[in-house]
Design a protein around this ligand. Structure first.
Ligand code: SDX
Length: 469
C-alpha cells in the first residue's frame, strides 16, 4: 500500500485512457512564430486576445492535453519530480543530474526563512484568510532580496549579520556593523549557514529570487497552516524534497512515500497553465519592471478568487452540502434552475476533459480507498455522481467537464490538508509557472496596456455643487 510505484501506474493508466479517448480528435495546427501585429477576435475580459508568444506551455482545449516545454504533462507526472518540472519551466530543458542537485541545494537553502517567519508571526495570521497571509509573507520575504533593496543597502556601511532564532543581541556595544548579533558557532550540520544563504541570496536576483520564491512560498504555506492551527512553524527536514517538506512542515509528520509522491504529482499538475488569470496578473505587474516578489504577490491575489484557484475549496463545501450521492439530483436541479456555476466544472479553454482532472480523479479514488474513511468514501461517491450528471447533461452540449479543481480537494483532504489551505497549495505549485512566464516575458518586455472602449456620455456641462440638488 505504500509503494510509490502504484501512483506512477495510476498516472500511466490515466494517460493511456485519455490518449485512447481523444485519438480521433484532429490535432489543431499550432500557430508557430507570429508576425506582429496580429489580428484576433477579442471578447470581454480579453477572451481570445493574444498577449505574447511563449515556449513554456500549451493548453490544447479540444483534445484536453497540456504540455510544458514540449513534454506531455502525463509523462512529466509519471516520470519527473516537481523540482525537475520547475527547472524545465524556468530554463527550457529537463535538468542534468548536476543541474538538479544545484537547484535542490538552492531550494534547501531558501526553504529556511526564519526571519520572514518571525516577522509574519507578528501578524494575526489566524484571523486572516490564508491567501492574504501568504501574499503578505511573500512581501516580507523581499527583505534584502531585490536589487533595489541591495542598492539601498549598499551605502549602509558595514554588513548586517544574518540574525535568526539562533542568535541574540550582544550585551556589549556592537562595533562597526549596524546590528551586530552573536551567532552560535556550532551549527547543526544539516542547517545551512545563514551567512552562506545570505551571500547566495545577495548575489541572487532574477533566477535566484525565483528559486527563493518557489522554496519560500512552500515554507510560508506550511507555516501559515500551522499558525492557523495554533501551532508553531516547523523547520524543513534536510532529507526531504520539495513535496515531502511541504507535507512535513505542515503536518509535523514525515509523509509516507505514497503521500509524498501524490503531493509531488499535484504540484506538477498545477505548475503552469497558459495565460490564466493569475499568471497574467503576475506578468502585468512584471511588465512595469516591478520586481518578482510583487509579481508573485499579484498572482496570489488573483488566484484567491473562487472563479480561479479558490474553486477547489468551494467544491468540498458543495459536496458536503449535497451530503450523499442520493442528494445530487435535487441539488443539481436547483443549481441549474438558479443558473449558478457548479464549482470544479467548466473551463475557458478546455472544452474536453481537463487532463489534470483525469489524473486527480484516480488519485482521489486510490487515497480514499487507502484511508478507509467512511466520510471520504461518501464525499468521493457524491463527487462521482455529480460528475456523471454534469457531464451527461452539459459535457457534449456545452463542453463543461470537471476541471483541475474538482478532485484536488479530495486528494488534499486525504493528505491531511485543511480545505482553507487548498488554494495556497495551488500557489505553492503555480509560483513555478508565474516566475517562468515572468522571466520569459521580460526578455522582450512591453508594458501591458490594453484598451477600453469608451461608451459613456460626452460634452456634459459642468454643474457647480450648489446646483446639484
Ligand atoms: C482554474 O484559466 C485557467 O487555465 C484556470 C486554471 C489554471 O490552471 O490556472 O485552469 C484553474 O481556474 C480552473 C477553473 C476553476 N473555477 C471553477 O471551477 C468555477 C466554476 N467554473 C466557471 O466559473 C467557469 O467555467 C470558468 C470561470 C472556469 C470559465 O468560465 P468562462 O469560460 O468564462 O465560461 P462562461 O462563464 O462564459 O460560461 C459559458 C457557458 C455559460 O452558459 P450560457 O450563459 O452560455 O448558457 O457555460 C456555462 C455558463 O453558465 N458554465 C457553467 C459552468 N461554467 C460555465 N455552468 C455551470 N457550471 C459551471 N461551472
Amino acid at each position: 500500500m505504500n509503494n510509490p510505484q502504484i501512483i506512477t501506474d495510476i498516472v500511466r493508466q490515466a494517460a493511456a485512457k485519455a490518449r485512447q479517448e481523444v485519438m480521433n480528435e484532429p490535432e489543431p495546427a499550432l500557430t508557430g512564430k507570429l508576425e506582429w501585429p496580429v489580428s484576433c477576435t477579442v471578447g470581454p475580459g480579453l477572451e481570445g486576445a493574444i498577449a505574447c508568444e511563449t515556449k513554456i506551455g500549451y493548453v490544447n482545449g479540444t483534445r484536453g492535453s497540456l504540455i510544458y516545454r514540449g513534454y506531455d504533462l502525463f509523462d512529466l507526472c509519471a516520470e519527473a519530480t516537481f523540482e525537475e518540472v520547475s527547472f524545465l519551466l524556468l530554463h527550457g530543458n529537463l535538468p542534468t543530474r548536476n543541474e538538479l542537485d544545484t537547484l535542490s541545494r538552492h531550494l534547501q537553502d531558501y526553504r529556511f526563512i526564519p526571519r520572514t517567519l518571525r516577522l509574519i508571526m507578528g501578524f494575526p495570521v489566524q484571523d486572516m484568510i490564508p491567501m492574504a497571509a501568504l501574499r503578505m509573507g511573500t512581501n516580507l520575504m523581499r527583505q534584502f532580496q531585490t536589487e533595489r533593496d541591495q542598492m539601498s543597502m549598499a551605502g549602509s556601511g558595514g554588513r548586517q549579520i544574518a540574525s535568526d532564532e539562533d542568535s541574540h543581541s550582544m550585551e556589549t556595544v556592537p562595533r562597526g556593523d549596524q546590528k551586530a548579533v552573536f551567532e552560535f558557532q556550532e551549527r547543526d550540520a544539516n542547517r545551512p549557514d545563514p551567512a552562506r544563504i545570505e551571500r547566495a541570496q545577495a548575489e541572487a536576483h532574477g533566477i535566484g529570487s525565483c528559486y527563493h520564491l518557489i522554496a519560500g512560498v512552500a515554507s510560508l504555506t506550511a507555516a501559515i497552516a500551522r499558525l492557523r492551527g495554533g501551532r508553531l512553524p516547523i523547520e524543513p527536514h534536510p532529507e526531504l524534497g520539495h513535496a515531502g517538506n511541504l507535507l512535513y512542515m505542515m503536518t509535523g509528520k514525515r509523509p509516507e512515500p505514497v503521500e509524498e509522491r501524490v503531493m509531488d504529482i499535484c504540484l506538477t499538475l498545477h505548475a503552469d497553465h497558459g495565460m490564466n488569470a493569475s499568471t497574467f496578473a503576475a506578468m502585468v505587474v512584471a511588465s512595469t519592471l516591478s520586481d518578482i516578489y510583487f509579481s508573485v504577490g499579484a498572482g496570489i491575489a488573483a488566484l484567491n478568487g473562487p472563479l480561479h484557484g479558490g474553486a477547489n475549496e468551494a467544491v468540498i463545501h458543495t459536496l458536503r452540502e449535497i451530503g450523499s450521492p442520493d442528494g445530487v439530483a435535487e441539488w443539481y436541479r436547483n443549481a441549474r434552475a438558479n443558473k449558478s456555476k457548479i464549482m470544479g466544472f467548466g473551463h475557458r479553454v478546455y472544452k474536453a476533459y481537463d487532463p489534470r482532472a483525469r489524473v486527480l480523479g484516480p488519485l482521489a479514488e486510490y487515497l480514499v480507498e487507502r484511508s478507509g474513511r467512511e466520510d471520504m468514501r461518501r464525499l468521493l461517491a457524491t463527487a462521482k455522481e455529480l460528475e456523471s450528471r454534469v457531464v451527461s447533461e452539459l459535457g457534449e452540449k456545452k463542453g463543461i467537464f470537471p476541471n483541475v479543481d474538482f478532485y484536488s480537494g479530495i486528494v488534499y483532504s486525504c493528505l491531511g490538508i485543511a480545505p482553507d489551505m487548498f488554494t495556497p497549495i495551488f500557489a505553492v505549485s503555480r509560483v513555478s509557472g508565474w516566475t517562468a512566464r515572468v522571466l520569459e516575458y521580460l526578455k522582450a518586455n512591453r508594458i501591458f496596456r490594453p484598451r477600453a472602449i469608451y461608451v459613456g456620455a460626452l460634452d456634459r456641462p459642468f454643474q457647480p455643487l450648489a446646483e446639484r440638488g
